[in-house]
Design a protein around this ligand. Structure first.
Ligand code: G6P
Length: 622
């Protein structure tokens, strides 16, 4: 959802900024731009539409842009179509948004997020003599800073703080002021931004991978804080303008974890990292043969007292919540309601005081999920965040945090983070079942063993990659696909269908198999792909019957089944087997071939797998 970088130091800024942006391209790739200052000279602004490589080409990979202080941006359009004019950086003056050139403006800036009251602010600024060249909310924010800067003449931090008091919405802003060469100013609310200081140089970015090459000691800027960056220095200020001390966090994961490491795409690499990601997450949650959630602050007493669970999340994380619902209800016998973050935030919340709200989020910054978390907190409900990104906003605001250990995930389509979210759901279900006395010791032991066997079984599924690749190369031109399943298989179908549509652009829907005949079956015709997830022994026959109804109408049937169920082969056209596992956890295996299918379908169509059109990895706007 837009990526920001900034640098001030002892080397040429443009190549550092381009490098940082290349690590953030997953956040948006409609257009990109840089503003760089060479000493006292005015900022030089260069923008290009499309992917980052267009910008890099324009400035000879940075060589053409001298100067050791600058800011950069890669955009995912919210206000205003993707265009040269709307690309960042934006300026406080009346620039036309020209292709490149030094700008006379007092303030130059880049922004991630949405300024909700931008129209009202724009009218105020127009009344004060400002003119606008773009249709972005960013230009409004920057001109507002300029307005306060000139009106009160109390310096950049004062102007930024006044802007923060006046605007509504979410933002991470990085600014340069004409009067302050070699300095960058930044501020944030609800959109992420991190800072690194090392060897007389200072780095700023929306996310850690962009600066990990330079330092592992990261400062997370707090909400409504502003920052002044000089070479080798970072000064933090609260909304009153008082300087505050901040502590850095040491990042332990390797920079290589955020590189492709020999794979053609991040998505393929991340698919292959799943045995490790799942294994690491299990290892962090199982101590001496028992689920131990004390690092998440969840004691047996707390779990025992939970009367009902609400899960709020978006996208794949919501799908992980759906799996959680089935498993928690079945094992722990606690009622679970799963809701989309975007819906939860606007409905009347009828929450029992002993309810637990679980929010699930890879990035820990999804705006709707964060809003759901805050809504529950405002009612005094305990909140638990299942999050991958350490130190993210959701992780910091929730009462309890259970970290998934997927490591950095770069491909827009999630794979390994989703798989680790499933593990978190299983662990919670088992811990809660144990706390509530719902499991006999021998069953508990069996489930732990089944859980710990998952990483090796996922590795086995990955060995079958070539068959799925072959299938994708034959059927990539399908127009429609339906993913069917019942119970947990339905929850997995939701994720399989999303993987297919988001990266291959094939229209795809997930359906509870029994519901298909209530209208949707009228869409089934010759050539449509129907993919049945068939891991739930007691429901499998019923789903196969529903698939038969589709075959009778011309559909091509694919079945994903557990090994041993060889009769599936007679019922469908193409079968994918996954190792046997306890039914509660079988989805962790069934989803793998569906991820691989989505990946190779996209490859067969020649699409940009890691950066599918119109999407962004973390969505920090409503
Ligand atoms: C975006 C991504 C999805 C992701 C969803 C929720 O839409 O493209 O892959 O599932 O956001 O993101 P989160 O970071 O909260 O898990």
């Amino acid at each position: 959802m837009c990526g920001i970088v900034g640098f001030t130091g002892k080397q040429q800024a443009a190549p550092v900024l381009l490098n940082g942006l290349s690590k953030l391209e997953y956040r948006g790739y409609d257009s990109a731009g840089l503003a760089v200052r060479d000493g006292e000279s005015l900022a030089e602004v260069v923008k290009a539409t499309g992917k980052l490589r267009n910008l890099a080409k324009k400035i000879d990979n940075g060589a053409a842009l001298p100067g050791m202080c600058g800011i950069g941006h890669t955009r995912w359009a919210t206000h205003g179509e993707p265009s040269q004019k709307n690309a960042h950086p934006h300026v406080s003056g009346n620039a036309t948004g020209s292709a490149s050139g030094a700008v006379e403006s007092e303030v130059v800036g880049v922004h991630n997020g949405i300024i909700e009251n931008y129209e009202e602010l724009k009218a105020k600024l127009i009344a004060n003599g400002y003119a606008f060249y773009s249709t972005t909310d960013t230009e409004v924010a920057i001109k507002l800073v300029d307005y306060y800067y000139k009106k009160y003449q109390l310096g950049p931090i004062d102007a930024i703080n006044r802007m923060m008091v006046r605007v509504r919405g979410s933002y991470a802003l990085a600014l340069m002021f004409k009067d302050y060469p070699g300095e960058i100013y930044a501020a944030r609310k609800d959109s992420p931004m991190v800072i690194g200081v090392t060897n007389g140089e200072t780095f700023l970015a929306s996310d850690v991978p962009a600066i990990l090459k330079y330092t592992r000691d990261i400062y997370y800027i707090d909400n409504l804080q502003s920052v002044r960056l000089l070479p080798g220095e970072a000064h933090f200020y609260d909304l009153n303008g008082d300087e505050v001390e901040m502590e850095s966090t040491h990042i332990t994961w390797d920079a290589e974890a955020a590189e492709k490491g020999g794979y053609e795409h991040f998505m393929l690499k991340e698919i292959h990292e799943q045995p490790k990601a799942v294994g690491d997450t299990i290892a962090s949650l199982v101590k001496d043969g028992r689920i131990d959630l004390t690092t998440a602050g969840l004691t047996k007493e707390i779990l025992e007292g939970v009367s009902e669970i609400h899960i709020a999340a978006c996208g794949s994380a919501w799908h992980a919540g759906m799996v959680g619902q089935y498993v928690i209800e079945d094992l722990a016998e606690v009622p679970v309601k799963v809701e989309l973050g975007s819906e939860f935030r606007y409905k009347k919340l009828l929450l029992d005081q002993n309810a637990l709200l679980i929010v699930i989020s890879q990035s820990g910054e999804t705006a709707d999920t964060l809003a759901a978390l805050r809504a529950a907190k405002s009612q005094g409900i305990r909140t638990l965040a299942v999050v991958n990104v350490i130190g993210s906003t959701i992780a910091r605001e929730a009462d309890n945090v259970l970290y998934t250990l997927a490591g950095p995930e770069i491909a827009v389509a999630t794979t390994k983070a989703y798989s680790t979210q499933l593990i978190a759901m299983y662990a919670l279900a088992l811990a809660m079942a144990d706390a509530k006395g719902k499991l006999e010791e021998k069953d508990y032991k069996y489930y732990i063993e089944e859980l710990q066997a998952l990483p090796d079984k996922i590795s086995k599924v990955l060995e079958d990659k070539k068959r799925i690749q072959w299938f994708a190369s034959k059927y990539y031109n399908a127009h429609d696909a339906f993913f069917l399943g019942r119970g947990l298989d339905y929850a997995i179908s939701l994720e399989g269908s999303l993987k297919m549509k988001e990266i291959s652009y094939i229209h795809s829907e997930a359906y509870a198999a029994g519901e298909l005949k209530h209208g949707t079956i009228s869409l089934i015709e010759k050539g449509i792909l129907v993919i049945g997830v068939l891991t739930q022994e007691e429901l499998m026959e019923k789903t196969i019957s529903n698939m038969e109804e589709c075959r009778a109408r011309g559909a091509y049937l694919v079945g994903v089944a557990s090994e041993g169920n060889y009769n599936v082969e007679d019922a469908v056209n193409f079968t994918i087997y996954v190792p046997q596992a306890d039914g509660h956890f079988a989805g962790s295996l069934a989803v793998i071939p569906l991820q691989i299918l989505g990946y190779y379908t996209s490859i067969a169509k020649g699409l940009d797998v890691d950066k599918p059109r119109n999407l962004a990895k973390s969505v920090t706007v409503e």
